[in-house]
Design a protein around this ligand. Structure first.
Ligand code: ADP
Ligand code: 5GP
Length: 204
């Protein structure tokens, strides 16, 4: 997985922070930049489509993929399993596209071991109170799920130091511009530009 033309971006954030809002906007506005589609045993929420938000599978299918080493990383959270398909990711990276992986902290740490040059971005909510307000505001979770997500949020936030970039999603526009800057800066890193620079040099 180390010699791939595309860049891997990982974003983690406690559920409700605004990660999907930011990620969807990035994917919509940047060229050659796509969202990773994970495989999950979680049932689809209303409006979610198989092959768009996730590949939705049953437990037996997920077990089979685990046994066949089909995941670069996988985890169990909130009673469901989620994993990044090895073949799927390799195919995208080989095509030269950048890929954005929305995965929680444990999976992100495992992914970093598999792809050491992955760019790891952690998005923080401005405060605990605001996170709870956003979770309620989006109206997707039951009260029990909200309490569960708030508890897991603390655990995830404690791992911020394992990431390369920390973006606080307070003002949405500022957070978005910071995310976009990370992508643009990564694309012009020296190791990514060597081929281009050498070609220019040859003309002299
Ligand atoms: P996540 O994907 O992290 O679970 P969402 O993108 O679904 O979070 O956002 C959770 C809720 O917070 C949504 O209702 C969204 O519109 C809102 N939201 C996202 N970013 C901000 C922000 N910067 N300020 C206020 N509300 C926000
Ligand atoms: P949700 O059920 O709200 O879509 O996602 C729940 C959590 O699972 C989120 O924190 C999301 O980042 C995480 N997640 C989604 N796909 C994957 C994956 O493939 N691997 C890992 N490790 N986490 C994932």
């Amino acid at each position: 997985m180390r010699t791939h033309p595309g860049n891997v971006f990982v974003i983690s954030a406690p559920s409700g922070t605004g990660k999907s809002t930011l990620a969807n906007r990035l994917v919509a506005s940047l060229d050659n930049f796509i969202f990773s589609i994970s495989t999950t045993t979680r049932p689809a929420r209303p409006g979610e489509l198989n092959g768009k938000e996730y590949f939705f599978v049953d437990d037996a299918t997920f077990d089979q993929m685990v046994n066949e080493d089909g995941f670069i990383e996988w985890v169990q959270v909130y009673g469901n399993r989620y994993g990044t398909g090895r073949k799927w990711l390799q195919g995208v990276l080989d095509s030269g596209k950048d890929v954005l992986l929305d995965i929680e902290t444990t999976g992100a740490m495992n992914l970093r071991r598999a792809i050491p040059d992955a760019v790891m971005i952690f998005i923080l909510p401005p405060s605990a109170v605001e996170l709870e307000r956003r979770l309620r505001g989006r109206g997707k979770d039951s009260e029990t799920q909200i309490q569960e997500r708030m508890k897991y949020a603390r655990h995830e936030l404690e791992l911020y130091h394992a990431y390369d970039f920390l973006v606080v999603n307070d003002d949405l526009e500022t957070a978005y511009r910071q995310m976009e800057s990370i992508v643009w800066a990564t694309r012009v890193r020296r190791e990514r530009m060597v081929g281009r620079a050498q070609a220019i040099l040859k003309g002299f």
